[in-house]
Design a protein around this ligand. Structure first.
Ligand SMILES: Nc1ncnc2c1ncn2[C@@H]1O[C@H](COP(=O)(O)OP(=O)(O)OP(=O)(O)O)[C@@H](O)[C@H]1O
Ligand SMILES: [Mg+2]
Length: 423
């Protein structure tokens, strides 16, 4: 953060101020709270350039705020600030056995409410777990995964939590990976249930179609939600009853929040990937010793050497490895270009050309025998020795590799996201 203007602000009893980052806050006197986390005298918190945040006091407090470029401080009008209603709800929901699914559009405060609820639970002496099911803007794990964390101490940013378990979706669009998304969230919730008093489930911001609402309600059903918290005044929920298989709690969203641009969202994702892959090393696996899913090339039966030569001739490029499934041949080639549409051979079969190198950068997941999952990035496929090389931080046993539909470039930007398999 660039050092800038410093101001001293007094926050009166049960009042809040709104800060737009980048800013550094130092508590000079009294106690303050951000997202339900208590900040005592002498502590400091940084609000990133991508965020705004409300800070409040239960008694009188004085803070010093250092404002970076573009930062600002103001007092939200009561009709813009739902914080105290959020707190009231959080105290009601912070009880043993609660399973709270938080839903709402993007920038509606889902992550902030999830953090607030977890912090209030900790304040009450309860053990919360958070399942971050927002696969596109995942904070606990890298995007493309959903992750679980069970904090024992209060925290300000979800991003500061370390993942205790992750499940790979392989897409960062909830619609494309929806079956895996629901199964993974339910799986993490079941894992969390053995080590927590209550579970908060954060979801993605896709609520703009009936299908999206259906998916959110399916998540709530399959995790056995006690409550669904609907932000943005629940306006996207239509005429649903306030009580069904779970109690529906409608909350307002804060107004005047710092809205993140597409580029900022991409930068946030890139930061999260970087964090997941720092200190990674290369690992190599034999294709015959691990299950590979999410790949076209390794789904069918390998073709014989003779057929490889015929294919090379037909495609005018060296085919290094190929497999066949039903009437489609997947050919891993030395050169050539990936074709938008499959090519048709004279005998009527289709060929999908996968040029060597198109595997580099694909986000993947290593599955241990205990079914835990760890992020990896495909480096290369070695067709001669039938091996797949990946980079990862994970060092333990591996029983399967799941290949995703997200490709990362050298600077951890998701340069390609698609629906078809890349290898
Ligand atoms: N009371 C508040 N006052 C001002 N800003 C707030 C307040 N509560 C949350 N914010 C900010 O509003 C922005 C959106 O909140 P948040 O990230 O929680 O929403 P979200 O629904 O999880 O968004 P996304 O769908 O992008 O994950 C964030 O910058 C957050 O810090
Ligand atoms: Mg969020």
């Amino acid at each position: 953060m660039v050092a800038g203007l410093r101001i001293s602000v007094e926050i009166s009893e049960n009042k809040s101020i709104r800060i737009r980052g980048p800013a550094r806050i130092s508590i000079i006197d009294g106690e303050c709270y951000i997202s339900g986390a208590k900040l005592s005298k002498g502590s400091q918190v940084v609000i990133s350039a991508y965020k705004s945040q409300a800070i409040y006091s239960r008694s009188r407090a004085r803070v010093e705020i250092e404002l970076g470029e573009g930062a600002g401080v103001d007092v939200a009008k009561p009709e813009e600030e739902p914080l105290f209603e959020w707190l009231e709800t959080a105290y009601k929901l912070a009880t043993k056995g609660s399973r709270v699914v938080v839903i709402g559009p993007t920038e509606s405060g889902k992550t902030s409410f999830s953090v607030l609820l977890a912090n209030i639970a900790i304040e009450q002496g309860l053990r919360p777990c958070i399942v971050d099911g927002d696969v596109g803007q995942e904070d606990i794990g890298p995007p493309g995964f959903v992750a679980l964390s069970c904090p024992s101490k209060q925290f300000v940013w979800l991003r500061d939590l370390e993942p205790q378990a992750m499940r790979f979706i392989g897409h960062n669009n909830p619609l494309m990976g929806s079956y895996r998304l629901i199964a993974s969230i339910a799986d993490l919730v079941s894992k969390a249930s053995t080590q927590s008093d209550l579970i908060v489930i954060n979801t993605d911001g896709w609520v703009s179609s009936p299908q999206a609402i259906e998916m959110k309600l399916d998540i709530a059903r399959y995790v056995g939600a006690s409550h669904i918290v609907a932000l943005a005044g629940g306006s996207f929920m239509g005429h649903l009853p306030r009580k069904g298989f779970a109690e529906i709690v409608v909350l307002r969203s804060p107004q005047g929040v710092r809205v993140r641009s597409r580029e900022e969202r991409r930068a946030l994702r890139s930061q999260a990937y970087k964090k997941a892959f720092e200190g990674s090393v290369m690992r190599s696996f034999s294709i015959s010793e691990v299950i590979i899913t999410g790949s076209c090339l390794f789904s069918g039966s390998p073709v014989s050497g003779e057929e490889l030569s015929q294919l090379s001739e037909a495609l005018s490029t060296k085919v290094l490895y190929a497999s066949i499934l039903e009437n489609t041949i997947y050919a891993f080639t030395e050169g050539g270009r990936e074709s938008d549409k499959p090519l048709r051979l004279r005998d009527g079969r289709e060929v999908v050309v996968i040029p060597k190198g198109s595997e580099k950068g694909l986000l993947c997941s290593l599955v241990s025998r205990a079914r835990e999952e760890y992020p990896c990035i495909v480096d290369s496929v070695d067709p001669e020795n039938l091996r797949i090389n990946v980079v990862t931080r994970y060092q333990g046993d591996v029983s399967a590799i799941i290949i995703g539909r997200i490709k990362l470039d050298e600077s951890y930007e998701d340069s390609w996201r698609g629906s078809r398999c890349q290898i």
